[in-house]
Design a protein around this ligand. Structure first.
Ligand code: 5GP
Length: 202
């Protein structure tokens, strides 16, 4: 079972509540503050599991394997595709990202609610298998704000930032796929809104 709490690393104890868990999907263009919002939500709801994705992108400074992501090779990821390991996967900003089907199945069967941070393409595929999922889109105030945040973050090359901004425009065009939309203009307000949405279903 993969899970995150406020430290993004804590393995949570399983209980057997005898109900199926809810699935919450959060998507947002890169630089929208989604990671900060997810952390705040998980800190507020320590019993909410976090689905740790697999990716072939290189590990950034400060990221931990098995905590932020499982960092795997392209060969390993493609082997997973052949074996049907992924509940959904997508190529995002030129790298593979995927959610292990086993993580989701274990979680919902044991009655635990789970949070996924995946992109728009992944959400679309995922909804085919789990249409009852609660989908939430985080809207940045503007593309300019995204650019400023990505530049300030300093984790991407200028070319990678341009690619992320182009992808952001495509993602913004698909926001109607989502049941809830939260604008991250003021962080604390966005955190409160996110907590309120998730609380409504739990
Ligand atoms: P980053 O490289 O900035 O951590 O993430 C890039 C994008 O990949 C984000 O939009 C994030 O939501 C998405 N992503 C992360 N994990 C997954 C996953 O398992 N599946 C899909 N489809 N997208 C993912």
């Amino acid at each position: 079972m993969n899970s995150h709490n406020d430290s993004f690393s804590h393995e949570k104890k399983m209980s057997s509540p005898g109900k199926r868990g809810h699935i919450f999907i959060i998507s947002a263009p890169s630089g929208s503050g989604k990671t900060t919002l997810c952390r705040a939500l998980l800190q507020h709801m320590p019993d909410l599991f976090y689905s740790i994705s697999y990716t072939t992108r290189s590990q950034r400074n400060g990221e931990k394997n098995g905590v932020d992501y499982y960092f795997v090779s392209v060969e390993e990821f493609e082997q997973g595709i052949k074996q049907g390991k992924w509940a959904e996967f997508a190529t995002v900003h030129g790298n593979y990202y995927g959610t292990a089907a086993e993580t989701i199945d274990q979680c919902i069967r044991s009655g635990h609610d789970i949070l996924l941070d995946i992109d728009v393409q992944g959400t679309e595929k995922f909804l085919k298998h789990y249409p009852e999922s609660v989908t939430i889109f985080i809207l940045p105030p503007s593309i300019d704000t995204l650019r400023q945040r990505l530049e300030k973050r300093g984790t991407d090359t200028p070319a990678a930032i341009e690619r992320r901004l182009r992808d952001a425009e495509k993602e913004l065009a698909r926001k109607d796929l989502y049941r809830h939309i939260i604008t991250n203009d003021h962080l604390q307000q966005a955190i409160d809104d996110l907590i309120a949405v998730v609380t409504r279903y739990r």
